[in-house]
Design a protein around this ligand. Structure first.
Ligand SMILES: [Zn+2]
Length: 398
């Protein structure tokens, strides 16, 4: 429990910081208007935030007459967040500035059979290299977010299982990395973290769907990713669309992803033609008219559309964005997904669902985790009052 004065100060500081963050560049006068805090309080907070190097002066407002008020913004090159997106393989990494802009990115491969320890060692190696290349010292890092394609347990900050990573059973990668780096490390579902990149307003309602070797989803409700109780909301890759067919690597039959993930598309082509092509090569083959590839993408798109429509109906959210599909909107795969969603959502709602592709590119994939870390850093303190016979007291519940 904190003293009342400290709590009020924290809340005021969060309000001022939030105002600067939302406006990118802002004058003291505008902060006073927006936060409705007193001038003295705002000036005190601004002084403290400047001393902590969280904010800095960024030019003046140009006026023809009178004083030219100073503009303030979040400091650009003082503190940083690290984001890691593990899509075995590759692994994507980004370093972002406090204002959410990208400062550095890299990606690397690990072997298909890499286990948790090898992945952890590769993260230590590449983050250490990044510190040198980006000229960022580790004491300037406010935290690291790691996106994992597995069954999460947020209470323990771990992924309990990741079927695609050998021997991953309750492996505590955050603790292992925490022994090397002394900043906070957050472990989350990879799709949930990438979903943060798509949020543009506080009113955003969207189903962000990630198409990889598996399939994941981040339900975005009122501008926030809904994580679920344990961090597994939107686990649509392993929802079943049948009962008697292909066996999934989770042990069940007919999971959505055995019909339309990247890995299953490669497998279907190999079964049909006897030759193995990677997903990107298959996208190109279909574009160039390869009939077998076209047929496989048409069928995969149909199944994917069924899975997407099930999610649309579950959440009553009609705005769908697909990430990492790696084809254009005129490709047969995307066309087939759209047709399937239209067909399966007939008579569901007065409005047709819309499906579009995410515009984010590979070198940004680590940025979703960075944005999550920034959100944690700027999180406003939450309080409730605890009234007893001795009077009220403030309790921090963050
Ligand atoms: Zn499954």
């Amino acid at each position: 429990m904190l003293k009342n004065t400290n709590i009020v100060k924290m809340a005021n500081q969060a309000l001022v910081l939030d105002s600067i963050k939302k406006n990118k560049k802002i004058t003291t006068e505008e902060i006073i208007n927006q936060t409705r805090l007193s001038r003295t309080t705002v000036l005190t907070m601004m002084k403290e935030l400047s001393q902590q190097k969280l904010i800095e002066k960024r030019g003046n407002v140009r006026q023809s007459v009178g004083r030219q008020p100073i503009l303030y913004s979040l400091s650009r090159d003082v503190y940083y967040a690290i984001g890691i997106d593990i899509d075995v393989a590759p692994i994507y990494m980004a370093i972002s500035r406090l204002d959410g802009t990208i400062a550095y990115s890299r990606q690397w491969d690990v072997s298909e059979n890499a286990d948790g320890r090898e992945i952890k060692d590769s993260i230590i190696e590449h983050v250490s290299k990044a510190f040198v290349e980006a000229k960022v010292s580790r004491d300037k890092i406010i935290g690291m977010g790691i996106g994992l394609p597995g069954v999460m347990n947020l209470q323990q900050n771990i992924a309990e299982k990741i079927s695609r990573i050998r021997g991953w059973e309750n492996y505590d990668i955050a603790k292992e990395l925490g022994d090397v780096f002394d900043f906070p490390i957050y472990v989350r579902n990879d799709t949930h973290l990438l979903g943060h990149m798509e949020i543009e307003s506080e009113n955003e309602n969207m189903l962000y769907i990630l198409h990889r070797s598996g399939i994941g989803m981040a339900p975005i409700i009122n501008g926030e990713v809904y994580e679920g109780i344990f961090g597994n909301a939107g686990y649509i890759g392993h929802t079943r669309i049948g009962a008697q067919g292909r066996i999934c690597n989770c042990g069940l039959k007919d999971c959505l992803e055995v019909y339309c993930s990247k890995r299953s598309i490669e497998k279907s082509y190999e079964e049909k033609t006897g030759s193995h092509l990677g997903y990107d090569a298959l996208v190109l083959a279909a574009k160039n008219g390869d009939l077998d590839a076209c047929d496989i993408f048409r069928k995969a798109g149909n199944y994917f559309g069924i899975g997407i429509t099930n999610a649309i109906k579950t959440y009553d959210i009609l705005n769908v964005v697909i990430g990492d599909l790696r084809c254009s909107e005129d490709h047969i795969f995307f066309q087939s997904i759209q047709e399937s969603v239209a067909e399966n959502s007939v008579n569901f709602s007065v409005k047709q669902p819309t499906v579009r592709l995410s515009s984010h590119k590979k070198d940004e994939y680590g940025m979703g985790a960075c944005q999550f870390v920034l959100e944690k850093f700027f999180e406003q303190p939450k309080f409730h009052t605890n009234i007893s016979e001795n009077g009220g007291e403030w309790v921090e519940t963050m």
